[in-house]
Write a protein that binds this ligand. Sequence first.
Ligand SMILES: *Cc1c(COP(=O)(O)O)cnc(C)c1O
Length: 435
Amino acid sequence: MSALAYASSRNGAPAVSLSEAIEQGLAPDGGLYMPTTLPTVDVAAFAGLSSLPEIARGALRGFFEGDRLLPFLGDILEAAFNFEAPTTPVLGTPDRLFALELYHGPTAAFKDFGARFLAESLQRLEAGTARPLTILVATSGDTGGAVAAAFHLRRWVRVVVLYPKGLVSPRQEQQLTCWGDNVISLRIDGSFDDCQRLVKEAFVDVKLALKHRFSSANSINIGRLLPQMAYYVASSLEVERRTGAKASYIIPAGNLGNAFAAVWARTLGFPVGRIVLAHNINRTVPDYLQSGDWQPRASIPTLASAMDVGNPSNMERLRTLYPTIALMREQLSAVSVDDATIRARIGEDFMHYGREWCPHTATAAEVYSRLSPEERRAHPWVLVATAHPAKFNEIVEPIIGKPVDVPASLARLLRLPRHFMDLPPTLQAVAAALE
Ligand SMILES: *Cc1c(COP(=O)(O)O)cnc(C)c1O
């Protein structure tokens, strides 16, 4: 078999191998890497598989065809996916409703899957190199913590996290700053957009490029996107086993990386029905599906802060699959939910189902509640639970009127001392901090 090639979504850069796409993060023409063909998968062959690493291996191996990482794929997955992603029934409803719990990893959000997979992959590609890699991450809250946790104490890499001062939750901030060693946390006096701009400026700065070997760990990196497919594959097979029907997913969405993974799982032939995107009031995608006009804008801070994205970068990947608005509308729908409704939904679902949702997951629960009773009954639905509510205790606890239990891995991080630097939002300040 010849190697599967990866091309830029903007068609302005040569195709590369998967390893090269993972190492580069962004293509040189500013586009996002995509496989030039989609591998075929024999869905029936998954019938006997039950562990997440096994299922992931079956789903991902075609994407690794001919790549130098292929021989390590099994080991990478065993090391990265050492926690569960259960699909659990939501009790107390007559409908077939489930939650896909993606918050059982070390930093209690789904970003752990992609970050840990990326770290294990780069470990195999980079460990012997003399010049350490510098991974720059702009974060609105969860990405930075997951990436820092995944790369902490790996000697061939340095992680530099940029986060907006005052715009992440107190426990998120703790997870961004509790590392030290090879992790540098920069608290930027600005917005998430400023952090993202600084990362992009650093990438293209000629002087900095002479001193540092930069890479990225945001969801523009295909090494974060691919592994996220695994839990949709496992979950959809599980729901099909339990109900005999295809599962439809409601996904809290920001940069569309998680949603894109669900789209891929469905495209490969796994039993995924409808895919509905739940956005906060950053409504670029719902507006686009309605009007057909793509109008990126500045992000607005909300309670579901990890979804505060005004210009979702993975739309560029979605367009390569669904090039016309008509096709996109057939395959996806999107709804926007405001902060007051997020609060109300957290309270309602705790009262009715005894479920504690984080503000992001609550957007999906709200979108579900707005479906017609016929739609709710037509097939099983799965709410994608993207973060543990304990990460957002200052929002959730006053609403449900009780403390949220803290998972053990999160509790450990909350006890560690913080290390960070306060910086103005300028490239000069970031460059100095990199010294
Ligand atoms: C990152 C994040 C999202 C949004 O995911 P995208 O892949 O950016 O669409 C939703 N919920 C939580 C908790 C997150 O951390």
